[in-house]
Design a protein around this ligand. Sequence first.
Ligand code: UT7
Length: 329
Amino acid sequence: MLKGRPVRIEAVGAYVPPVILSNYDLEKMVDTSDEWIVERTGIRERHLVLPGMATSDLAVNAARSCLESAGIGPDEIDLIIVASASPDYAFPATACLVQNELSARSSAAFDMEIGCTGFIYALATGAQFVSSGMYDRVLVIGAETLSRLTNWKDRNTCVLFGDGAGAALLSPGEQGEGIVGIHLGADGSQADLLKLPAGFSRLPATHDTVDEGLHYIHMDGKAVFKFAVNIMDVAISKVLSQVGKEPKDIDLLIPHQANKRIIDSACQRFGIPKEKVMVNIHKYGNTSSASVPIALYEAIQEGRIRKGNLVILVAFGAGLSWGSIAVVW
Ligand code: UT7
């Protein structure tokens, strides 16, 4: 819970790259079918970066969309946080590349990596800076090019992921509005279930690691699925009880878009009707840290969020990790 100034989400932006890869395209690449992918995941297509594009390019476009919506210039940003599991480089931080590209000369910048929960953790972190009074405007971006980390010969993973970016601008709000509840969690004992094994300090890149495909995403899908179904319930319950609300009080649930069956399970458990949950996984697949802000952006564009609405953001991912944020719009 924030202890200082109230913090609101002043504006939101998003960007997805132009190339669309459909399930039918994937049928030509690996032993899969549109029917299997739709039935097991809800995904119909995903957007991919063009050759030469990287995560910071998507992040910059999402940031520009967000700043345009806020009607402010880059000089007014105090801090940029980029959440990503697929940064341009191990270092420098993608946030620094974004800062340079935006010409946000007076802003601090850093990255956060906590898998698909990245945007939730980054939003929670950015909110602390605004709440404490240290900064007035924090730009939080979730951006991913998971297509670069995907083994396009592995049908267990390559049908799932997509590229994209979303951004939210945090600023001081009025009492009772904005971010009213935050729950974060992690369980490192399950870290092996979802990882990119090689290319860093544990297992530096060698010809062998490349030959074995250890620079690609490795996931025990079934185990992560089980974890996700359970942790969605925990994360939603915890943040609701923190703000003294019940599932029936939720005006819009914006969950991480990893699998439609995981979202359906949470909605069934809490009795949340379809019209109160944002789902766009069919268009973008799992965009990791970008999925919640892209969904939030689309929900606003579609007029699904009104002033005073209780919006719950919730995500889970590598770590394993999870988090939820309650926002009074
Ligand atoms: O955001 C980060 C967190 N990640 C997640 O939340 C992912 C969580 N996991 C999932 O969403 C699901 O576990 C998957 C979508 C990854 C897999 O769905 P599943 O229903 O758990 O399938 P499965 O792994 O149990 O596989 C069932 C069958 C297997 O065949 P056999 O052994 O029953 O003959 C797989 O080999 O489906 C097969 N299969 C496929 N068939 C066609 C696996 N991938 C594919 C595919 N196309 N792409």
